[in-house]
Design a protein around this ligand. Sequence first.
Ligand SMILES: C[S@@+](CC[C@H](N)C(=O)[O-])C[C@H]1O[C@@H](n2cnc3c(N)ncnc32)[C@H](O)[C@@H]1O
Length: 251
Amino acid sequence: MTDAELAATFLTIGEEYERFRPGFPAEIAAAVAPSRVSSALDLAAGTGKFTEQLVSRADRVIAVDPSEPMLAELRRKLPDVTALIGTAEAIPLADAGCDLVTVAQAYHWFDPEPASREIRRVLTAAGRLALIWNGPDPRCTWDSDTYLIAHPHQDDEPADADHDADALPRRDVPGFTQVDSIRLSWSERITRADYLNRWMTVSTFLAADEQQRRELVRRVEAVLDAHPDTRGRHTLHLPQVTDALIYEPTV
Ligand SMILES: C[S@@+](CC[C@H](N)C(=O)[O-])C[C@H]1O[C@@H](n2cnc3c(N)ncnc32)[C@H](O)[C@@H]1O
């Protein structure tokens, strides 16, 4: 299955994504938008899990995503945000109107050259781009093992796939210079059932047929049943790492 086909799996999901996917720590939004801006675009906004953090940090917040079910959830939750169908490669906005573009959990789905050109086009001259990813804490072996079941090619994370929780993340973006990066460790409590439900919202599981999905779930359950931190537990303690990579247009 190609990346484009995997990305298209999000066209059919909204409610479950909103219910089971994690949000983002407020510290990350504070680092991405340390002072209030006039206009912020959350690109590939999905159901608005990062967009909601921008509402108190920008006079105008715009959300763009190709998935109508995702944006339906976002509109319900954030009625004051302008939500537009569109893609990173063809952003439905005028030139030079955004002080900040954020992309949470999605830059890896973009075609980098046209998307970066479009992001540059909609940014003001002093504007910034922030790429954000939640990911497994490499020190948590059971979650890292299930992550590898869902991401056998590890293409869902920033460039430094070195599994070092203390390393600062880097990723090249055409036409941009990385000026900062933040890595934050945090944790949540999640029931085993919701942990499994969360995996159902990941592209590999969405793209799988019934038999393949049963096999993926069986493998995740086998990890949970084998590890001493998860075996027989109803509630799991799940460490997370969130990366934010900040860029300015290269002059
Ligand atoms: C994993 S979800 C992330 C959603 C949201 N940003 C979040 O963090 O919860 C990936 C999102 O990227 C969107 N997407 C996929 N390909 C895209 C593209 N080429 N341009 C813009 N959005 C895209 C999907 O529709 C989906 O909503």
